[in-house]
Design a protein around this ligand. Structure first.
Ligand SMILES: [Fe+2]
Ligand SMILES: [Fe+2]
Length: 256
């Protein structure tokens, strides 16, 4: 099911939360995103081979997939961009991904499919034009990948946060906004303690995004945070999070 996160008649943000086949229960639920503005389209974190066909069909209500302008990749993981070879063959799109992964992504692709079509986003981030709309690539390095961006859509004020904010919930719950933050924390906690790199990165990120006017934070797994109160609550939670190397001891490094 396509969930419209924003629609003002000429700019639409759509979330797909149920394209990973339920019966493939070994695969983690993931969300894919489409932004369409004035006849131009971008996919954010379109996923792997598992979601390619379903996404191509599901996005058809909003946009002819063959006209796709851009794929924006938060980082290099398989659930983010393992499908790019198919998108590169099926469309004329360019793929924008963290610069530190630019030369690794061609390993997902056939020889000769990537020439000039994978564009590295510099570490400092950048403003990306989609026709006359702007999508900001916001640095989120080490949250979790070493080279990692979130995408802030200036028109809708939605921050697509990649794996930060991810929750592991049943597939049918994934599209539903968080209503009780405290009750939702257990669905995020163990994921963030392991997959996020350190509290230092969390604090810098929180301090940065407090300067953004954010209406919703929408992660790549699980449930979105809608409205300023929930957004602020989530940022506060990240700011004090202990995770990754903060939690390591010698016990984590013992020869088996
Ligand atoms: Fe990831
Ligand atoms: Fe992910």
């Amino acid at each position: 099911m396509a969930i419209e996160l924003f629609n003002n008649g000429r700019h639409v943000c759509v979330m797909f939360s149920d394209l990973v086949d339920d019966s493939a229960s070994e695969a983690v639920q993931s969300n894919q995103f489409l932004i369409v503005t004035n006849g131009h389209g971008a996919l954010i974190d379109p996923g792997g081979n598992m979601t390619y066909n379903a996404l191509m069909i599901a996005m058809g209500k909003y946009f002819n997939f063959r006209e796709l302008d851009l794929i924006l990749a938060s980082h290099q993981d398989p659930d983010i961009v393992a499908s790019i070879n198919k998108w590169l063959i099926g469309t004329q799109c360019k793929v924008m991904a963290p610069g530190v992964w630019e030369r690794f992504l061609p390993h997902f692709c056939g020889v000769g499919n990537t020439g000039g079509r994978i564009i590295g986003i510099p570490d400092a981030g950048m403003n990306i034009a989609l026709n006359d709309a702007v999508i900001k690539a916001i640095p989120a390095h080490f949250l979790h990948s070493e080279g990692n961006f979130q995408f802030y859509d200036v028109t809708s004020k939605i921050l697509f946060s990649g794996d930060l904010g991810a929750s592991l919930v049943p597939h049918e719950l994934a599209g539903q906004p968080v209503t009780d933050f405290a009750a939702h924390v257990p669905a995020m906690e163990s994921f963030h303690r392991r997959y996020m790199a350190s509290s230092k990165a969390c604090r810098f990120w929180a301090s940065m995004v407090r300067n953004l006017d954010i209406e919703a934070i929408v992660p790549q797994h699980g449930r979105p945070f809608m409205g300023k109160v929930m957004v602020d609550t989530f940022i506060g939670w990240v700011e004090t999070l202990q995770c990754g190397i903060d939690l390591l001891t010698q016990d984590n490094y013992r020869i088996p």
